[in-house]
Design a protein around this ligand. Structure first.
Ligand code: SAH
Ligand code: SF4
Ligand code: F3S
Length: 454
């Protein structure tokens, strides 16, 4: 049997898809006599017997795109009525999703939510036997205790590991706590097993995943807040792993001692992604973010003082309900001061069920768009200026492969997560997965260019 997996959304979803693929690699169904067949991931959707769509609902635009995609799957079912169409992930878990999906894509066979990843085999087996639509968004406990197979990435030099599921923060705009449930940390032993497996398969970089990695272990019996630091120390001991990244860290829990831990661990990348969302205290309060701009600034200063070579990136939302022109001006001024290396900027999107969606002071789209442009202008200036500081310097780059757009260019990342493009060296060694010293020659807003140092 062949299966195809399409993923929308964040790195967590990408990793969940690797697990879904891992489960399908191991799928057996003796009654249907496919148990002996080897199940295989295919890149060609027309070849697939099972199509899995792992969805996101963080913004309305994501949902619109996904609903369109689900509608378009009809042609595969028409061509092959035996194909099984599966929808899972955050959008599947949302209330009312079943109706919305069925209305737009009645051909979908199985819809299941974020708590039920381990049951994918059962659903498929059941569907093959009864040929009846399956819908399951039960909040089944125990996901964090499950040991699930992970499909080996083609980019085997990099791997991802979930360390904590869910979120307790309920930022006023955000749907994640509703579709991913409360925080549940995985055991250090399970995490280390997965990191070691990545290293054993040739992995050099690991990304530790969670909606708020700083909350890692707060749900353990001692309730301590040191567990994330301990985890970084333990993962650092895994031989073969040279770079450790994590995503996302919440500024409200980013205490200064953690910066010391990171500074002392050479394998932990000196890249801090700290979503700011707004640079205005009133808006931050309305967003329920749990910190002020002063507290955020304190962390920023501490990072830059203790680790001057670090890069700092952020997420920003413009047009949150009630954000006045002067609130927004405060945000612009604060972002200008922060001088981030990069920012992911979003137009506020109301999500049904969240606190902010109920507010009556929603802003018109054209104001949101104008603000986004203003914010981008300031941020782009800093992205470029920060990148320019690296021109002439040497950076250690983990080469990820040839550039997608240009086969005569290698591309990789610095420890600080900056993209470096390197015109391909003649002689054709495959540098993929290798750490290479690179001299930076030019800087653009979004990437650097360099040459291998011989
Ligand atoms: N847990 C992560 C965020 C995950 S969502 C964290 O707190 O850092 C990624 C980003 O999407 C958020 O940081 C936020 O900037 C954006 N986002 C979330 N909900 C949104 C909404 N309703 N509208 C617009 N952007 C949103
Ligand atoms: Fe959403 Fe806030 Fe949780 Fe991040 S911390 S997932 S933005 S509720
Ligand atoms: Fe990620 Fe989207 Fe869910 S951003 S957590 S896949 S809503």
């Amino acid at each position: 049997m062949k299966y195809y997996v399409k993923t929308f959304g964040c790195q967590m979803n990408e990793h969940d898809s690797q697990i879904l693929a891992g489960i399908l690699d191991n799928y057996t169904d003796e009654v249907m006599e496919v148990g002996s067949e080897k199940n295989e991931l295919t890149e060609d959707i027309w070849q697939a017997d099972i199509i899995v769509v792992n969805t996101c609902c963080i913004r309305e635009s994501a949902e619109t795109k996904i609903l369109g995609y689900l509608g378009s799957l009809k042609k595969y079912k028409t061509a092959n009525p035996n194909v099984i169409l599966v929808v899972c992930g955050c959008m599947a878990q949302e209330s009312g999703a079943k109706e919305r999906i069925k209305k737009r894509a009645p051909h979908i066979d199985i819809i299941f939510g974020t708590f039920n990843l381990p049951k994918l085999q059962d659903y498929i087996r059941e569907y093959r036997h009864y040929r009846q639509f399956i819908y399951d968004v039960t909040e089944t406990p125990g996901l964090e205790k499950a040991v699930l197979p992970v499909h080996q990435d083609i980019q085997a030099f990099k791997g991802k590991v979930n360390i904590i599921y869910g979120c307790n923060n309920f930022c006023a705009y955000c749907i994640v706590p509703y579709v991913r449930g409360r925080e549940r940390s995985r055991s250090i032993a399970h995490i280390l097993d997965e990191v070691k497996a990545i290293a054993a398969a040739g992995g050099k970089e690991v990304m530790l995943l969670g909606q708020n990695v700083n909350s890692y272990g707060k749900d353990f019996s001692d309730g301590g807040c040191h567990h994330f630091a301990t985890l970084l120390e333990e993962v650092s001991k895994v031989e073969g792993i040279e770079r450790i990244r994590y995503m996302s860290a919440h500024p409200k829990d980013f205490y200064v001692e953690l910066i010391d831990t990171i500074a002392a661990l050479p394998k932990v990348c000196k890249h801090f992604h700290l979503p700011l969302q707004s640079g205005c205290n009133q808006t931050l309060k309305d967003m329920n973010r749990g910190y002020t701009t002063e507290q955020y600034w304190h962390i920023l200063e501490a990072i830059r003082k203790k680790i001057p070579e670090s890069s700092i990136t952020t997420d920003m939302i413009v047009g949150f309900p009630g954000e006045s022109e002067s609130d927004f001006q405060e945000t612009l001024a604060f972002v200008d001061n922060c001088a981030f290396d990069d920012a992911y900027t979003f137009l506020y999107s109301p999500r049904t069920g969240t606190a902010a969606a109920k507010r009556e002071d929603q802003l018109p789209e054209e104001i949101k768009n104008q603000r986004l442009q203003q914010l981008l202008e300031i941020q782009n200036k800093h992205s470029l200026a920060n990148n320019q500081k690296l021109v002439g310097k040497e950076q250690l780059v983990l080469v990820e492969g040839k550039s997608k757009n240009n086969q005569s260019v290698w591309t990789g990342r610095t420890d600080t997560n900056k993209i470096v493009n390197i015109p391909a060296a003649i002689g054709e060694i495959d540098y993929t997965g290798m750490f290479m010293p690179v001299k930076i020659t030019t800087a653009k807003t979004w990437y650097l260019t360099g040459e291998f140092i011989r």
